[in-house]
Design a protein around this ligand. Structure first.
Ligand code: SF4
Length: 247
């Protein structure tokens, strides 16, 4: 296990490394206890392409919330099949089924934090339980929270989060997509530059921020995978916290 001080030092050094160099370091040090996550939207394609080219068979977690656009599910199937990647779908814990069914149509609007917790955060926490390093595609230019992220982030439970694209911009994504002739999510050309769940994503204008169409008008910019919510494991505490925050 790498010491926290060493991780912090490496994280600083990685600020000047390429994403591929960072990914290779992570694979060398953590394989086979390493995985990546992908939402299979256009901006996810470069990391998916890099990681799965550098390490065949690496698990790729896709969170199937049950609220995705059909186009996202089709795209996920197409890419997984054509690129022959090891996609693992993650689902809500069945203990929430009765509650979730009773609130299917209202939950994303009335309590999106709880909805994201049940459908995204908790399934990912469970999937990463036996994993030591998690490669994620967040970028500093996406949100205020992400602007303060580090390339290597060691959680208290020992999980190392690896963010190889942290210093990339939209222009870097576009360049890599063009250079490698990568496919775009089918809704991209219709104005969906960042695609999440259908009830929480709208098309945006060409000059809008990339993530302006996510949870529009709901004062929410993050699903919780990349915030303090992810570090919390106790459901009752989460529920209480979420309820207090939305009052
Ligand atoms: S993005 Fe919306 S629908 Fe998807 S889990 Fe979060 S609140 Fe629910």
């Amino acid at each position: 296990m790498i010491a926290k001080a060493e991780i912090e030092q490496l994280s600083l050094e990685f600020e000047s490394k390429t994403p591929q160099e960072i990914i290779l370091w992570a694979i060398k040090n953590f394989w086979p206890e390493i995985a990546m996550s992908s939402s299979f939207q256009t901006q996810s394609m470069p990391l998916l392409h890099m990681v799965t080219s550098l390490k065949r068979g690496i698990p790729v977690f896709f969170i199937d919330t049950g609220y995705h656009f059909w186009e996202t599910l089709e795209f996920r199937e197409k890419i997984a099949s054509e690129w022959k990647i090891n996609v693992i779908d993650l689902y809500r814990d069945s203990r929430w089924d009765v509650f979730a069914r009773q609130h299917t149509r209202t939950l994303p609007v009335e309590d999106p934090n709880l909805c994201c917790y049940l459908h995204k955060v908790q399934p990912m926490q469970k999937a990463l339980k036996d994993i030591k390093a998690w490669i994620s595609g967040i970028r500093r230019d996406q949100t205020f929270v992400r602007a303060h992220a580090k390339i290597l982030e060691l959680q208290e439970d020992g999980l190392l989060k690896v963010n190889p694209l942290l210093n990339w911009t939209q222009a870097d994504v576009k360049k890599y997509m063009e250079e490698n002739n990568l496919p775009k999510h089918p809704l991209y050309e219709k104005g969906y530059r960042s695609v999440g769940c259908a009830p929480c994503t709208v098309a945006i204008g060409i000059t809008d921020d990339e993530r302006a169409g996510r949870w529009q008008g709901r004062g929410k910019t993050e699903c919780g995978l990349h915030t303090d919510m992810f570090k919390k494991k106790d459901v009752s505490e989460i529920k209480q916290k979420i309820k207090l925050e939305i009052k």
